[in-house]
Write a protein that binds this ligand. Structure first.
Ligand SMILES: [Ca+2]
Ligand SMILES: [Ca+2]
Length: 72
């Protein structure tokens, strides 16, 4: 869980405590080394944004990170 938290904070470029769509696309392109279309990134964003408020909180990100990154 700690690793995901640290990663989240690094990716929160504007330091507002949540990840915006733009920040998420930077994560995907720079860190995961995955080629994704804008449409796929949007879908991913909606998937991670559990409560659908248009922002990814640290908790939402950590839950996703554990499922998606650490188990794949
Ligand atoms: Ca942010
Ligand atoms: Ca959210």
């Amino acid at each position: 869980m700690l690793r995901a938290s640290r990663f989240f904070r690094q990716q929160d470029r504007n330091g507002n405590g949540t990840l915006q769509y733009k920040e998420l696309s930077a994560v995907v392109n720079d860190n995961l080394g995955v080629e994704m279309s804008l449409k796929e990134i949007r879908k991913l964003f909606l998937e991670i944004d559990d409560n659908g408020n248009g922002q990814i909180s640290e908790r939402e990100f950590c839950e996703w990170y554990v499922d998606y990154v650490e188990e794949s």
